[in-house]
Design a protein around this ligand. Structure first.
Ligand code: IMP
Ligand code: MG
Length: 190
């Protein structure tokens, strides 16, 4: 059997600690924007998270458990790396948003920022829906000029420009369930 995992880039503990820190940053900003957004506050808050399927689901699940705020979640499907592609092939939004964003403070949640095409396309679509504000949160950002040029509000980790999987990120649909962010061997990507 060929070895598939090459290196562990970010371990569970480091991810967990950083996710909690990001949640606190998001919560602070939401409180600044809408005031009291606690789940037991008198009024529900106009707050919606928009996670992009499928890569952000693990990050989302860990993140929202550190956000005891009144909020909706409107997932959308976006595809840019079909099958075994390791470079973006253009963005398509594959499902409609299930919630109304009018007047809502929106935070887009994604797994990784690479070319920035996904975030740019999604932000443009959501802007048409009259939200009060849009922020962007990514777990990982590649250290490339393109990625750095995209305005984002929350970044978990800046990583080198290499293909990574785990903690939600996939190669050909696999490896999303790995609890760590890892690189793959050449054999695994053959
Ligand atoms: P962008 O549109 O080039 O910024 O790419 C963003 C999307 O491509 C992310 O939501 C991921 O689904 C996917 N992607 C980018 N880099 C990687 C990677 O290193 N591993 C797995 N998926 C990636
Ligand atoms: Mg993705």
């Amino acid at each position: 059997m060929a070895k598939r995992i090459d290196r562990v880039l970010i371990n569970r503990r480091t991810i967990a600690d950083r996710v909690e820190e990001i949640a606190h940053e998001i919560a602070d900003d939401i409180r600044r924007e809408v005031g009291d957004a606690r789940v037991d506050a008198a009024e529900p808050a106009d707050v919606t998270l928009v996670p992009l399927l499928t890569g952000s689901v693990i990050f989302l699940a860990d993140l929202i458990r550190h956000l005891p705020l009144m909020m909706r979640i409107g997932m959308i499907g976006v595809s840019s790396y079909p099958g075994k592609a390791t470079r973006s092939r253009g963005v398509s939004i594959t499902s409609a948003l299930p919630v109304d964003l009018t007047g809502h403070h929106v935070t887009i949640i994604d797994d990784i920022l690479d070319s920035g095409r996904t975030i740019t396309a999604v932000r443009a679509e959501l802007e048409k829906l009259n939200p009060a504000s849009i922020k962007v949160c990514v777990l990982l950002r590649k250290k490339t000029p393109q990625a750095r040029a995209i305005p984002v509000d929350y970044v978990g980790f800046d990583i080198d420009d290499e293909f990574v999987v785990g903690y939600g990120l996939d190669y050909d649909g696999y490896y999303r369930n790995l609890p760590e962010v890892v690189t793959l061997t050449e054999e695994a990507m053959a």
